[in-house]
Design a protein around this ligand. Structure first.
Ligand code: ATP
Length: 259
């Protein structure tokens, strides 16, 4: 393992071994957002397994256009195009992706990651990474899966964000880590495509950051609501208990916070 190893496609291909043929990866020194680049390539007909990796994003984004901060060498930032069979429901895809990332990190010995509905990866309650799923316009069964992970905390991070962010505890070769992530994504997404999120729910809940914990739901156009998080349903809905009733929360416009 080397702290100074840089991403490169030859090393990635070597680390992927036989699985390399399942992916078509491109490494960009700089782009606005790897999701935006891959969405454009998907619209132009790129096949499933196309990967855009970038060292620098000038306009990295999270949900609802929120910024995602990354820095070359400090962050692993990439997007993967997956074309599901017509009829496949994308419900729970961001949860399945989070599970794949957590599992890959465990397999490479990079420690345990907790999952927060619907799209965050946490260490000690702080954000280690995020996931942004975007459906390809005009191709409703094609999804661009964007993943950003902090290998180290980006140097230029504002203090308040730094206090809410986490990074991997030990240096890891980013090529080896990315290969492990892609191999696990292949496995988990195939499982998801065949059986839906329900088949992954147990493994997701085993890593759930807020199982049976008091939480606050924040919505754009409604007051915050306090309740208890009862995990997730087989279709990926958040199960939120309030006044003794369990509600199913589906909307991605909602944010979950610990209380
Ligand atoms: P939600 O709970 O609704 O998902 P969120 O704040 O987690 O809200 P996301 O869209 O998932 O929103 O991620 C974007 C947010 O992540 C930014 O607003 C910022 O607070 C935080 N963020 C940006 N860059 C990083 C980073 N490198 N590491 C950790 N957190 C980051």
């Amino acid at each position: 393992m080397s702290a100074t190893a840089r991403l490169n496609l030859a090393a990635l291909s070597l680390a992927l071994g036989d699985t390399a043929r399942r992916f078509d990866a491109d490494l960009l020194p700089v782009c606005d957002s790897s999701n935006a680049v891959l969405l454009a390539r998907a619209e132009a007909g790129a096949p499933t397994g196309t990967v855009v990796i970038t060292e620098t994003q000038t306009a990295g984004r999270g949900r609802r256009g929120r910024p995602w901060l990354s820095a070359p060498g400090d962050s692993l930032t990439f997007s993967l195009l997956w074309r599901f069979a017509p009829g496949t429901s994308p419900a729970g895809l961001s949860l399945a992706t989070g599970l794949a990332v957590a599992t890959a990190l465990e397999k490479v010995g990079a420690g345990k990651t907790a999952l927060k509905w619907p799209n965050d990866l946490l260490r000690d309650g702080r954000k280690l990474g995020g996931i942004l799923i975007e459906l390809v316009p005009g191709a409703p069964h094609a999804a661009v899966i964007g993943i950003g992970l902090n290998l180290r905390l980006p140097g230029e991070m504002p203090e308040d964000l730094r206090a809410r962010s986490a990074a991997l505890a030990h240096p890891i070769d980013p090529n080896r880590l990315l290969a492990a992530l892609l191999i696990q994504l292949l496995d988990t997404l195939n499982h998801f495509a065949r059986h839906g999120f329900a088949a992954l729910r147990h493994d997701w809940q085993a890593r759930h950051a807020f199982e049976n914990a008091p939480v606050r739901l924040l919505a754009d156009f409604a007051p915050p609501r306090d309740g208890i998080c009862r995990g997730v349903a087989g279709d990926g809905a958040l199960l939120f208990e309030i006044d003794g009733q369990v509600e199913r929360i589906l909307s991605g416009e909602i944010s979950l916070r610990p209380r």
